[in-house]
Design a protein around this ligand. Structure first.
Ligand code: PLP
Length: 392
């Protein structure tokens, strides 16, 4: 059996989970409380208050769902879509595809606006699809597509959603807490994230928020939400002041999120976004100085928390990742779907977004590429990391 005591420290620089701060891990070891204990209820309220600040929203319905990011996705879509509703989903990667598949299973009449992997959608393209046929009731998009490393601007699609009186669903799993996500200002109706990415809590909770507009739509539904567990009105009755038992909250996970959110707010959102940008630019400079090619060619479309870089011709993708992990104790991710074997995915999320981590990764990657016959200048690449960080 694996000895948990003996697990080595691993530097998590993959697409999530990210590193968890020791104080967040310690928070999980706080004494157990019942999920209706008044002291736990106070912790829940504080968590909700902090989540509102992180989402930049005043939405009364803001809470962490018990489940991972995918539960957030399913909750958003299940509460927004009624069977036969027309739903438009922007798909430019693996997670957009997952949204479209879920929307179909929920009985939505789904129109996919598909764009090549590595690109963002042009809002005109979405508008063209919206104009055809019945007015869409829901428009769904992934803000930070973790499979490709592309950031999709929210505002133009929010304006379009308003124009058609559709609810805008935004996946902010890889962006919340690392890249600006301002729910109220942008006009997002349903937004969800994952605890394990830029918030740097362990995986297991899905921060979630729903606008009053989304809640009004929910109240006016003709049919029940297909999922009892993810029915927002039921979940909100527990997280709100009524405290109606719905399911047993994962108490220690909430402790962890509470501590992780404290850390986010202690740093400040602006400072945190800036740190993510600075660290990402340093990573990009280091990778390019090693002679690697970033998969997203337009820097304006890159995500500060997730970088995709092309695996060079003739280099053993899985072998490099395996040795990085075994010999250097660093985890990065491989490609998904059509980009499997084509790219590496490097996360600089939350606690993982630090220059010292980037330098360690660039040095290790440089060494491994050299072993595979790839000529590079590791010292030069490390200098490029430092230089780029200074410029930002
Ligand atoms: N959406 C995006 C953009 C993601 O990156 C992920 C996970 O990587 C998910 C949804 C699903 O989240 P989870 O794996 O926590 O269920």
């Amino acid at each position: 059996r694996t000895s948990l005591e003996g697990l080595p420290e691993t530097l998590l620089m993959g697409p999530g989970p990210s590193m968890v701060h020791p104080s967040t891990l310690r928070a999980m070891a706080a004494p157990s409380l019942g999920h209706l204990d008044p002291r736990f209820l106070a912790i829940m309220d504080e968590t909700v208050g902090m989540l509102r600040r992180v989402f930049a929203t005043t939405n009364p319905i803001t809470l962490p769902l018990s489940g991972t990011g995918t539960a957030g996705m399913e909750a958003a879509l299940a509460n927004a879509i009624e069977p036969e509703d027309r739903v438009i989903v922007v798909v430019n990667g693996y997670f957009g595809d997952r949204m479209a598949e879920m929307a179909r299973r929920l009985g939505g009449e789904v129109d996919v606006v598909e764009v090549p992997w590595g690109k963002a959608v042009d809002p005109e393209q979405v508008e063209e699809v919206a104009r055809r046929g019945r007015a869409p009731r829901v428009l769904a998009m992934v803000h930070a597509e973790t499979s490709t490393g592309v950031l999709q601007p929210i505002e133009p699609l929010a304006a379009l959603a308003r124009q058609y009186d559709a609810l805008l669903v935004v996946d902010a799993v890889t962006s919340l807490g690392g890249v600006p996500v301002e729910v109220d200002r942008a006009g997002v109706d349903l937004c969800y994230s994952g605890s394990q990415k830029c918030l740097s809590a362990p995986p297991g909770l899905a921060p979630f928020t729903a606008s009053p507009r989304a809640m009004r739509r929910l109240e006016a539904r003709k049919r029940d939400v297909f999922s009892w567990y993810l029915d927002l009105r039921l979940v909100a009755a527990y997280w709100g002041q009524q405290r109606v038992y719905h399911h047993t909250a994962p108490v220690h996970m909430v402790y962890a999120l509470h501590r992780a959110l404290e850390r986010v707010l202690e740093e400040g959102l602006e400072a945190r976004w800036q740190r993510h940008r600075r660290v990402a630019r340093a990573l990009w400079a280091g990778l390019e100085a090693l002679g690697l090619q970033l998969a997203v060619t337009d820097p304006a479309l890159r995500i500060a928390s997730l970088t995709t870089v092309r695996v060079p011709e003739g280099v053993d993708d899985a072998g490099v990742r395996r040795t990085l992990l075994e010999e250097f104790g660093i985890e990065i991710g491989g490609g998904l779907g059509p980009w499997k074997g084509q790219v590496w995915r490097i996360g600089t999320m939350g606690e993982s977004a630090a220059l010292r981590h980037v330098s360690r990764l660039v040095a290790a990657l440089g060494e491994l590429l050299r072993r595979q016959g790839w000529r590079n200048d590791v010292t030069g690449a490390l200098a490029a990391v430092t230089e780029a960080a200074r410029r930002e």
